[in-house]
Design a protein around this ligand. Structure first.
Ligand SMILES: [Zn+2]
Length: 506
């Protein structure tokens, strides 16, 4: 608890320690002090018996549990204090590489000594009620740096580093989740940070969008956004959760972005000259990267830092002219780009995570459309359509591909793919006459025969609701239709997205 007086008495009692800390700081590179955090570990199991602040200006949080409950280092760092402390009974302080300090008090037993280097999640002590305490608990205090005499609220400090209190020790946050690219095309759909799907459709008069008014729920009316007419679209999330949309037609490329996660959108802003199609994906470090095709090949452009500004367009060393581009992601976070025109099918891939790109490599002959997805085990799989139906090709392992295999299916179809809640790939195809779908019969398994999915249309895309149900948007010259899974293998009828037809899509 460390009532009123002890905050100051502890500070004074350890003036010598503070002097030591200051010397440590001056020998640390400033960059390290300003570096952005680390992945934190749970300090102790227990409940919050006293929060930060309040009338007593409680400088820290109390996590209460039984005497002897293990206490763990919140992050990697150097032990800069370990010993008796007035008010605390005993304390431990750890200086982390980002310059912050975590401070642990009232422990019954200390397991580390000054100068020890600890790792996140390493046991450092056992919980006690030493010093001024009415029962066994951990008093956890956090300081922005060693020069601060008053701490900051540990709850947001830990949340920024991936730990929510109360927490379970031993469950360290994993690496940031892979964000697989969203299918690009005339109609695109992605989930906002709060789980609501949003759909964009490229009409002759510009882009229209609509959004779920609740998670897994109903849809808003269409809103006209303007921008390039008869565009091809792509969408990707920024590292902070804000969706960003890209549109290109023969004259111009433009983009717009949510002003806050799940929030309203900016106006269109220039993004480059015209082209044929584009695709967007997220690097392992959170930077969005966009590829676009034009008459002289494929170009790319990428955020210089997460949530930040953009590089210039750079050539990729070739690629099919005026083709379609799609992107996928390997399980290790490397992006891979596929490009197709009526004569040529090529791909290129990052040679390192967040890194440079391979040369373009031949991937097959020309075709009409393609979709790229990944198996549950991470192997990429590509479907391509042409005058003889739909063919597919899949990775046998991370570095080698099968040959092209026929799946039959509709000729010269527009393609999209989604993933079922249990991780199976499902492919949807539409041409002027018919819509059809095929699905993996098990994880990483072969596919069903093509089954009827509706009448003909002009474009198609699949997205997943927050609860895992696939929702498909199909366009026609009458507008934008959708249907959605009502269960693992059952679907709603086709319907308009809302009370109007939305833009006609050619
Ligand atoms: Zn306390």
């Amino acid at each position: 608890m460390l009532h009123g007086l002890s905050r100051y008495s502890v500070h004074f009692a350890f003036a010598t320690a503070v002097a030591l800390l200051l010397s440590l700081v001056t020998t640390s590179p400033a960059a390290a002090v300003q570096a952005a955090g680390f992945a934190a570990s749970c300090p102790a199991a227990g409940f919050i018996s006293d929060p930060y602040g309040g009338a007593r200006d409680h400088d820290g949080i109390d996590i209460a549990n039984a005497r002897g409950t293990p206490i763990y280092a919140v992050g990697d760092g150097e032990v800069i204090n370990s010993g008796p402390a007035q008010g605390y009974g005993q304390w431990i302080r750890i200086l982390h590489p980002d310059g912050t300090v975590t401070e642990y008090g009232h422990m019954y037993e200390r397991d580390v000594a000054v100068g020890d280097h600890v790792t996140a999640g390493q046991q450092i002590a056992l919980m006690g009620a030493e010093g001024e305490a009415t029962g066994p608990h951990l008093h956890l205090r956090v300081r922005r740096d060693t020069s601060m005499s008053h701490g900051i609220d540990p709850i947001p400090y830990l949340a920024e580093r991936g730990v929510v209190i109360p927490c379970t020790p031993g469950q360290r946050p994993g690496p940031p989740p892979l964000v697989y690219p969203v299918e690009s095309g005339r109609v695109v759909s992605a989930r906002s940070a709060d789980g609501r799907l949003e759909v964009f459709a490229a009409g002759a008069d510009g882009v229209h969008h609509a959004w779920q008014s609740q998670v897994n729920g109903n849809w808003s009316e269409w809103e006209r956004l303007g921008g390039p007419g008869n565009a091809r679209l792509a969408i990707a999330p920024n590292a902070d959760g804000r969706l960003e949309a890209f549109a290109i037609n023969g004259d111009t490329a433009q983009h717009r972005y949510q002003l806050s996660p799940s929030g309203t959108w900016s106006d269109w802003e220039p993004f480059g000259t015209g082209g044929n199609s584009l695709t967007a994906g997220v690097n392992a470090d959170g930077r969005i990267e966009v590829f676009a095709s034009g008459p002289t090949g494929i170009f790319h452009k990428y955020q210089n830092a997460p949530n930040s500004g953009w590089s210039n367009w750079e050539p990729t060393g070739g690629g099919p002219a005026a083709g379609l581009v799609k992107m996928e992601k390997a399980p290790d976070g490397r992006l891979e780009v596929f490009a197709l025109n009526d004569k040529l099918f090529q791909h290129q891939y990052q040679v390192a995570v967040n890194g440079g790109w391979s040369q373009w490599e031949d991937f097959g002959g020309g075709g009409h459309d393609m979709t790229v997805n990944h198996n549950a085990d991470g192997r990429l799989e590509v479907f391509a359509s042409g005058p003889e139906g739909v063919f597919h090709k899949y990775q046998n392992n991370p570095t080698s591909w099968s040959g092209w295999e026929p799946t039959h299916g509709p000729v010269n179809a527009q393609l999209t793919s989604g993933r079922t809640a249990d991780g199976r790939v499902e492919v949807f195809a539409v041409n002027g006459d018919v819509a059809m779908h095929t699905w993996q019969k098990g994880l990483n398994a072969p596919y069903s025969d093509w089954d009827n999915f509706g009448t003909g249309g002009t474009a198609i895309t699949a997205a997943s609701n927050a609860d895992g149900r696939i929702e498909v948007f199909g366009t026609s010259q009458a507008g934008v239709h959708h249907r959605w899974q009502t269960g693992f293998s059952t679907w709603s009828p086709w319907d308009w997205v809302n009370s109007t037809s939305g833009p006609p899509i050619t």
